[in-house]
Design a protein around this ligand. Structure first.
Ligand SMILES: Nc1ncnc2c1ncn2[C@@H]1O[C@H](COP(=O)(O)OP(=O)(O)OP(=O)(O)O)[C@@H](O)[C@H]1O
Ligand SMILES: [Mg+2]
Length: 419
């Protein structure tokens, strides 16, 4: 079973929550003040960017203070009637067994459109007479819909934790997972996450799970763009899309180019479409997309791009017929891209050597690197004299010699003969 690290390493107590000490302190004081009587503001409004621990803070606090947490998401209180159902709960501080209660309306900005106006108003009404602490959580408290609601709330801003804080959290996880990670590698993930701890932890898991060592090379190829959270959302829209339009729209949201997106989809289709017929259909669609990609490459006629997009998004989305949703399946980084970018340096070197061979043997550099290079390797590994002669004839650089010999001492011996 796949176990997301964001769940596995979710803070259980406030001490484990990274960053935002002041905000957390303010929040704790407000909750504790309820023991001395109803405070001026009966609701706290925690707001700030995604993935920084707003929800987790409320959960950890309830756990620390042994309070009963009634937790609701936007989908539970979409309408006025739905909200009113919580009025009864809010009318008492202690539950039947004496535990103190706290009510959380999470993801408030998930309420959309005019139909939900009643919802926000109903929440405001509950707050006005609440007998227990009510907590609201949203990314922004300054949405026009919350103008009136804000008056009844203690506003508490959550800020992005520093990348040093994120780094500390990643280090702790590696320690518990028994992964030796280079400082640089973790720093890179932390900086890339821009304070979003959830996505930093997701990045770490995708890159490091099952490894003993995590090096800078393992992570650096990600680059600073294509933040994983975005690409994950895009992939979800395509692999789990129910409409062609929805799946197609995902392309505009992706901050990777079409070729990279193709690799992401190609890598992840098999794990997410487990029914063989569905998978065959999806692969069929991808192969069609690839045919058009090939046409674009050979003709430079970019009008084909719409077929590429249609096949790789809508084509893949519509392939899902029989596959049943099966819990949580992780998305993987495209292995092909990772491999290619790792071997980029190596391929450049092979081509350089190929160019040297080309000058002497009058064949193309590509052909030389494919056909001659393997023999050069054997010679350089086994016969120092012959290697030195060839190196002179081909005018190879010391780096090339070392590459062919795959061994520092051998390369030195060859260089010595040369000089
Ligand atoms: N400050 C933090 N300390 C430790 N872990 C964190 C922190 N913030 C986020 N996480 C990790 O990320 C996950 C998601 O955090 P949480 O749900 O609290 O984010 P949020 O701020 O409520 O985001 P959203 O606005 O998207 O709801 C947690 O389960 C935890 O694993
Ligand atoms: Mg949340």
């Amino acid at each position: 079973m796949y176990h997301p690290w964001t769940v596995k390493y979710k803070p259980k107590t406030l001490k484990e929550v990274v960053g935002n000490r002041e905000a957390i302190q303010k929040f704790v004081e407000w909750v504790k003040s309820w023991n001395k009587g109803i405070p001026k503001k009966r609701a706290a409004f925690l707001y700030g960017p995604p993935g920084i621990g707003k929800t987790v803070t409320v959960e950890a606090l309830a756990n620390d203070l042994k309070m009963e947490l009634v937790e609701k998401n936007a989908s539970d209180y979409r309408t006025e009637e739905a909200v009113k159902r919580f009025a009864g709960l809010a009318s008492q501080y202690s539950s039947l067994f004496g535990t103190k209660r706290i009510i959380l309306f999470d993801e408030l900005d998930g309420l959309t459109g005019t139909a939900d106006k009643g919802g926000v108003k109903a929440i405001t009404d509950i707050i006005k007479t609440a007998q227990c602490p009510i907590v609201l959580v949203a990314n922004s408290a300054y949405d026009p819909r919350f103008i009136n609601l804000r008056n009844y709330c203690l506003l508490i801003e959550f800020k992005k934790p520093s990348s040093t804080d994120v780094l500390k959290h990643l280090k702790a996880i590696c320690l518990k997972e028994g992964i030796k990670a280079e400082e640089n590698a973790l720093k890179f993930i932390a900086q890339r996450s821009e304070g979003d701890i959830r996505s930093a932890v997701n990045d770490l898991q995708a890159l490091a799970q099952g490894k003993k060592h995590l090096t800078y090379d393992d992570v650096s190829w990600l680059g600073y763009r294509d933040r994983q959270e975005t690409i994950f959302t895009v992939l979800r829209m395509i692999l789990y899309g129910r409409t062609c339009e929805g799946a197609k729209r995902a392309v505009n949201m992706a901050d990777v180019d079409i070729d990279m997106l193709f690799e992401w989809i190609y890598e992840n289709v098999p794990a997410h479409l487990t029914d063989p017929h569905d998978l065959a259909r999806a692969m069929d669609a991808l192969s069609m997309a690839d045919v058009y990609r090939g046409r674009i490459r050979s003709t430079q006629d970019w009008s084909f791009v719409r077929y590429v997009i249609d096949f790789m998004t809508a084509g893949v989305a519509m392939a899902r017929v029989n596959t049943k949703p099966s819990g949580w399946t992780p998305f993987h980084f495209p292995g092909r891209v990772q491999m290619l970018s790792r071997s980029k340096g190596e391929r450049a070197m092979q081509l350089e050597i190929g160019r040297k061979v080309k000058r002497r043997c009058h064949i193309s550099a590509t052909r030389a690197s494919k056909e001659v290079l393997p023999y050069l390797r054997i010679i350089f590994k086994n016969n120092v004299e012959m290697a030195a002669g060839l190196a002179k004839w081909l005018d190879l650089s010391p780096e090339m010699i070392e590459y062919l010999a795959e061994n520092k001492e051998k390369a030195e011996a060859i260089n010595k003969l040369l000089s």
